[in-house]
Design a protein around this ligand. Structure first.
Ligand code: PA5
Length: 358
């Protein structure tokens, strides 16, 4: 499909037959609504002194909200926080751990298996889901639940899951109340949507421009460890699921100690791949310097490099400015690929096959 299609609103609408664009545009609304969803839950009187660690259990679209909370709060967290994407729990998750089981559908087997183990270990458990088996377990065992609205593809519920994890931590005094910040973030992203939605022509639309630059190539998205690397992971997931295109991600400075050697020599990296650097003024100054040098090095080897800068006057705004941009880029890549962004047939197939075999 040629790049002109991004100028053709009618064709975009036809391809987006399942309605991904309004869901991507809905991110700011979710951030603003979640405080009310959390308020509606019934909450035990746990305090930060009850916890030595926080484990968020989740997979794919339901794990990344926890990643973002950890990336944003960083070393302001008084206890360690891990995102567990597995059937098994690390040994440190014990009676003094706060376990947040995050599954949008409530039916993800890895998360259900891990939360069952957390229950056996007498952890304090919170459930974030729109129902499913996790909802039933929460009811049976009396776990507090943040009931998310149903009917979304899980990856489009990121605003809910990010804000729900953050608000849960503040409920127990682990971090400060983020409500004002979430509202500010919501307004900021709302305003930015106006420049990224399908009705904005490619010449004025950064997401359409980037999608055209990436189209036909495999993107490898890099971000700084601890913050933008999580955003790079989100870009990878969104490009794979929305555009049905392969993408990879990596983090700096680690990639400077191995991957940079691998670029340039195989001709495929020049002909069929593209690097995308997600950069922010929050990056460590030495990481910033590394991006400058490596960008030039790759360019000299004939590898395409796109650099995008986070915007906003606060670290959380900057983090989400590139989450939002990546979501829209993946949407336009789907359009350029001539596919409906919403269906994820391979994931559905795998889950169905796993269910058959028990
Ligand atoms: O985007 C998706 O649909 C997946 O990455 C899901 O989030 C993942 O399979 C886990 O499912 P759930 O979010 O329902 O727990």
């Amino acid at each position: 499909m040629s790049a002109e299609i991004l100028d053709d609103l009618e064709r975009i609408r036809q391809l987006d037959r399942s309605g991904m664009a309004p869901l991507i545009a809905g991110l700011p609304g979710q951030l603003a609504q979640t405080p009310r969803l959390v308020e509606a839950g019934s909450w035990p009187r746990w305090t930060r002194n009850d916890f030595d660690g926080i484990a968020v259990l989740g997979m794919g679209g339901s794990a990344i909200g926890g990643d973002l909370v950890r990336a944003y709060l960083g070393d302001t967290l008084p206890v360690p926080m891990s995102i567990v994407r597995d059937y098994r729990l690390p040994r440190w998750v014990n009676v003094r751990a706060l376990v947040v089981a995050s599954s949008y559908s409530g039916n993800t087997e890895e998360t259900l298996c891990a939360v069952e183990e957390a229950r056996r270990r007498s952890c304090r458990i919170i459930a974030l889901c729109s129902g499913g088996e996790l909802g039933r377990l929460a009811e049976r065992y009396g776990w507090p639940i943040v009931a998310l609205p149903g009917g979304f593809p899980p990856r489009t519920a990121l605003g809910y899951s990010f804000a729900a994890v953050y608000l849960t931590l503040s409920r127990f005094g682990i971090v400060d109340d983020p409500v004002a910040l979430l509202l500010r973030l919501s307004e900021f992203l709302n305003a930015r949507n106006a420049a990224l939605t399908p009705n904005v022509p490619p010449a004025d639309n950064e997401a359409k421009r980037l999608a055209s630059a990436i189209h036909g190539r495999i993107p490898v998205v890099y971000g700084a460890a601890g913050s933008m690397a999580v955003v790079a992971l989100r870009w990878k997931g969104q490009v794979c699921e929305n555009a049905k295109d392969l993408a990879f991600c990596g983090e700096a400075p680690e990639c400077n100690h191995n991957e940079i050697v691998g670029w340039g020599l195989p001709s495929v990296s020049r002909e069929k791949m593209i690097t995308v650097f997600l950069r922010s003024v929050d990056d460590h100054p030495r990481v910033a310097r590394r991006f400058d040098i490596v960008g030039q090095l790759l360019h000299d080897r004939g590898v395409l490099v796109e650099t995008v800068w986070a915007t906003g006057d606060k670290p959380l705004l900057r983090l989400f400015s590139l989450i939002q941009l990546g979501d829209w880029v993946s949407f336009y890549l789907a359009i350029l690929n001539g596919v409906d962004p919403t269906p994820i047939a391979a994931i559905d197939y795998l889950k169905a096959r796993l269910n058959e075999t028990g």
